[in-house]
Design a protein around this ligand. Structure first.
Ligand code: AMP
Length: 479
């Protein structure tokens, strides 16, 4: 199938051509004809499949025809669970609609000033991309005119449900004309999602592209068993020194840990920054811009903030802390291996992650074998992974001690032992005041205390000195 055969407006085809897309992705090939025919649609497709264009291209096509009624309000409304995803949708609308006269796209996101948004909403709008909470604020103030709305898109509807936005979404949908066309995109379409679709969609067509098993073929998945936080820290240090690692997103369980780890890595000389939901929107935007420009090599993020990030340079994803759900694992690793590139997803797992690992392998249909770094082998191994408790047999996962498998030593409850720094580290490596004497500075000492960071072996197996302020990590191989 070609884009030409989808009968899209020539101006849209020209923009697609500029984007370098040669053919529609499976979700686009299936969804676009359904939407162009005017049907409601529920589609299971995740980020990385080309789902944004699957709804944005037919939405823009609708805009190429004259509006059905008078007014200045939006003709297309896209709801997104997060600001980052909303910004990417807005960027996609601008990219694909750049040759069109009537494709003014406005985004209404939390964390940005009301005054600017009021001004944007008072002018003509064709496409409105919004997070539900802020949109409702504007609706309650009478600032949004839905009288000529033709299409409502719920992107990552499963996430909106998880994040407690579904009532807001229903409220918004009820404020739009009944004649609208409604599209729902979600990772899964069963259970609650089916109920939501029943409430909001009218006789929808269903599209389910590639099963979980078929996805992420471009991503090599690895796991490293870690004895404790110190071991994790040493493996992380080793991974970050890989010259094949262009840019990486490291996931932590909490915002605080994201700040702390980013701060430590930054102090170690890595161009690192944190990204999480407690940061003001301006700071989040600046961090993402730096990431796109390659000025940030290591982004330490939480799930919500990192969702939807689409940066081609992300060669690696590292789960420093494992996600709570298998679905989140799939979303996380999808930040790498984007748009035809290949990527590596590394998970640092502890004994507590055994059940989760099983859930992930049944969700993805793919069992991940453990990888061992020479010199950084785990001392203990997971009980779940051992063939028989106390059998003394090795499970081939790097425990060459010949001793029976035992549980990992448990990690401290609070992974990091000090308060987050108030000064920002959301920028490229600052001059850290390298010690003339070669002594390690306070942050290296903290890092060593926290992670018990012994010098990790380098790739040739030889022991290396820990990074000090005078000895910066290798930075070749990335911009
Ligand atoms: P999405 O799933 O919408 O987040 O899109 C993932 C990536 O695929 C984005 O970088 C898009 O620019 C890219 N993309 C979308 N459609 C196509 C296509 N037909 N061919 C190649 N890349 C595409």
């Amino acid at each position: 199938m070609t884009f030409e055969s989808l009968a899209l407006n020539p101006f849209i085809l020209k923009a697609i051509n500029d984007s370098g897309y040669t053919e529609p992705t499976p979700v686009q090939a299936e969804a676009i004809p359904i939407v162009m025919a005017g049907h409601d649609l529920m589609a299971s497709a995740q980020t990385g499949t080309g789902k944004t264009a699957a709804f944005m291209l037919p939405a823009l096509h609708k805009l190429s025809e004259p509006p059905k009624g008078p007014g200045k309000g939006p003709r297309i409304l896209v709801l997104s669970p997060t600001r980052e995803l909303a910004q990417q949708i807005t960027a996609a609308a601008t990219k694909y609609g750049k040759y069109m006269r009537r494709a003014k796209c406005v985004s209404i996101l939390g964390g940005t000033p009301y005054a600017v948004q009021n001004r944007l909403l008072s002018g003509p709008v064709d496409i409105l991309v919004a997070t539900p909470g802020r949109l409702i604020d504007h609706m309650q103030r009478g600032k949004v005119d839905f009288s000529r709305l033709e299409m409502l898109v719920l992107d990552e509807a499963d996430r909106m449900l998880d994040m407690g936005f579904i009532e807001d979404v229903q409220l918004i949908a009820n404020a739009t004309p009944k004649s609208r066309q409604t599209l729902l995109f979600s990772a899964t379409l069963d259970g609650k999602m089916a109920q939501i679709a029943k409430d909001l969609l009218n006789d929808p067509r269903r599209v389910e592209v590639a099963s979980q098993q078929d996805r992420h073929e471009s991503i090599e998945q690895r796991i490293h068993f870690c004895d404790d936080l110190g071991h994790k820290g040493r493996i992380l240090d080793y991974l970050l020194r890989d010259t094949d690692l262009k840019q990486v997103i490291i996931f932590t369980a909490t915002k605080r840990d994201a700040d702390l780890l980013a701060g430590d890595l930054f102090d170690q000389g890595f161009p690192a920054a944190a990204l999480h939901g407690d940061m003001p929107q301006g700071a989040r935007n600046r961090t993402l811009t730096k990431l796109r420009r390659g000025e940030i090599r290591v982004l330490v993020a939480t799930d919500v903030a990192a969702r939807g990030i689409d940066v081609a340079g992300i060669s690696h994803v590292i789960n420093f802390d494992m996600p709570k759900q298998a679905e989140d694992y799939v979303h996380r690793i999808g930040r790498t291996g984007r748009a035809g590139a290949t990527g590596i997803a590394v998970s640092l797992v502890s004994h507590r992650d055994g059940i989760l690992l099983k859930k992930i392998s049944s969700y993805t249909g793919h069992k991940i074998e453990a990888t061992v770094i020479p010199g950084l082998e785990p001392k203990s191994r997971m009980r779940e992974a051992a063939p028989r408790r106390g059998s003394g047999r090795d499970n081939g996962r790097g425990n060459n001690s010949g001793k029976p498998g035992k549980r990992f030593s448990s990690e401290p409850k609070h992974a990091f032992g000090h308060k987050p720094k108030s000064a920002g580290h959301s920028g490229q490596a600052r001059n850290s005041g390298a010690s003339e004497t070669g002594f390690t500075g306070p942050s290296e000492r903290r890092m060593q205390e926290r992670y018990n960071t012994q010098p990790a072996p380098n790739r040739t197996g030889e022991k290396r000195k820990p990074a000090t302020r005078t000895q910066r990590p290798q930075r070749d191989g990335w911009k």
